[in-house]
Design a protein around this ligand. Structure first.
Ligand code: NAP
Length: 277
């Protein structure tokens, strides 16, 4: 796609989120916020934005150097900050992190953002059950473990979980994404169920059905690298805008229009998938 056309497509399909910085500061200043997957991509952009808002942060990921850089940036901005070098796929480490969260009674916002994506044909996955373990462990089980650990405190604090899902979960299942989509859709169901159960008790679980974002995760696939998409900073603003609203979820404007027709026309959508696979 030439660059002029790409800019027009970006403007139409990925309009920059408008966010009220003053309102953001009012909401987050002095509040304890957990961000999983804070070391790069959307999570790192989110952490930087919240440091500027004066939030108190608990940042978790595996990359110690990246988390330490954010730690010092937060201290420079007079923000309280804790970092946890945790492999959320490792059950012992996950349990230890969840225990630490239980000891954090004033936590208010939990951005469940850490994720692992795998793009592979099912016939290339025959000997790769570990692909399904990796995606389920991080994208689903870590989210639910962290959720269970924080819910009692969120209930006391009228807090929120904000989950970074994928817009692709809103459409008929696409080829090559069996591990990633299964785990993201399982997480959506968990979030929707908990939101239904706890909304009247003061806890919200909000889902961002995120479209393409240029990060390390998406840019490993050449075709995505060249497509118009949100930046990590814009995606962070989408999450923040959702978190200060009362909405159940975020979807791009075009997903509201195309989600239901795509399911009604799923035989045709599947034929298109087969043509481009
Ligand atoms: N990029 C997109 O186009 C897109 C679209 C829709 C939804 N999403 C979702 O957005 C979220 C963030 O993705 P991103 O694009 O920012 O990806 P990314 O740049 O690859 O970042 C992923 C983050 O997750 C952390 N992580 C991965 N494995 C982990 C583990 N075992 N334990 C702890 N942390 C782990 C990584 O940190 P370490 O490696 O340091 O552990 C990193 O901070 C994901 O949930 C993804 O599914 C992304």
């Amino acid at each position: 796609m030439n660059s002029a056309l790409s800019k027009i497509v970006k403007k139409i399909l990925y309009p920059a989120p408008k966010i009220n910085s003053q309102k953001l500061k009012q909401k987050f200043k002095g509040q304890w916020v957990v961000i999983t997957g804070a070391s790069r991509g959307i999570g790192e952009a989110l952490a930087s934005r919240l440091i500027n808002c004066g939030a108190k942060l608990i940042l978790v990921a595996r990359s110690e150097d990246k988390l330490k850089a954010l730690y010092f940036k937060a201290l420079e901005n007079n923000c309280e900050v804790k970092i946890s070098i945790t492999d959320l796929r490792n059950r012992e480490q996950l349990n230890a992190f969840c225990e630490a969260l239980r000891q954090q009674p004033d936590v208010k916002y939990v951005f469940c953002n850490a994720g692992k994506s795998i793009h592979r044909k099912i016939m290339d996955s025959i000997d790769r059950m570990h692909d399904f373990d990796r995606t389920m462990d991080l994208n689903f089980k870590a989210l639910t473990s962290i959720g269970l650990a924080v819910l009692p405190n969120l209930q006391k604090n009228h807090g929120k979980i904000i989950y970074t899902s994928s817009v692709s979960c809103l459409y008929p299942a696409a080829p090559k994404w069996s591990a990633y989509h299964s785990s993201k859709c399982a997480a959506n169901i968990w979030c929707q169920t908990v939101d239904n159960e706890l909304k009247t008790q003061g806890v919200r679980v909000q889902i961002a059905y995120m479209p393409l974002v240029h990060t390390q995760m998406s840019d490993v696939t050449e075709i995505y690298r060249k497509m118009p998409a949100y930046s990590a900073e814009e995606a962070a603003d989408i999450l923040l805008k959702l978190s200060i609203s009362d909405k159940r979820c975020y979807k791009p404007w075009w997903a509201w229009l195309t989600e239901v027709p795509a399911f009604c026309l799923s035989p045709i959508v599947r034929k298109i998938y087969n043509l481009i696979k």
